[in-house]
Write a protein that binds this ligand. Sequence first.
Ligand code: BEZ
Length: 253
Amino acid sequence: MADSDWNPELYQTSHSFVWQYGRELLALLAPQRVERILDAGCGTGQLTAEIARSGAEVVGIDSSPTMLDQARKNYPDLHFELADVAALEYREEFDGVFSNAALHWVKDAGAAVASISRALKPGGRMVAEFGGRGNVQRLLDAAGLALESLGIRAAGSLNPWYFPSIAEYASLLERSGLSVTYAALFDRLTPLEGGEEGIASWLAMFGGPFRDSLGAGQWEEFVRRTKQHAAPHLLREGQWLADYRRLRVVAIR
Ligand code: BEZ
């Protein structure tokens, strides 16, 4: 997604569930005070700050300057760097690489995994969670139907995300010299903030790739049609749900 598509305010006000769920993943990381941890895809920095609270030394990286600006404003004492997770320059520097809800944005997953592996010290761990195979499928189907009805062809090719299966991702990790000690794919039906506007807010936050394909003035109609297609599956008593499906992995270098 283009950097200009990221809206840190909307992210912080209406999508806090992203890092609230990430807290469970932090428990799996269990950072220790003597450790050095990389938070890959740190966004606005809330989980980077939680890692720092454990006493570990932490570096937060993100490829969006806009999100990093907000992270630095939120946590001026923490260390954030602009970096592409698929091309990290770190070599055997970290005891742990942590990543929550970020790796599905990196299409070149092989490069990302290799780059993370190089950044880990031997014996270091990667603890990550992101969208797995089938993630937000109902939502994307509804958006695809809306786009097609607006005359956008090949809506499927607008999907900029990488949602792998366990087998696919485990094999990438192993090819980069990591041993997978834990992998799970699980559904997390997630209530969206904003009541009746929940899905509109989600699309405003994450639907940049769709927006780019629409003509001027088509956005509102796109959202209306997406809601219509999604409602039978994702609207329950006025509450919108996102059909998140998470892939969670732990791997050791
Ligand atoms: C996710 O967190 O699963 C996600 C976020 C934005 C777009 C697609 C998926």
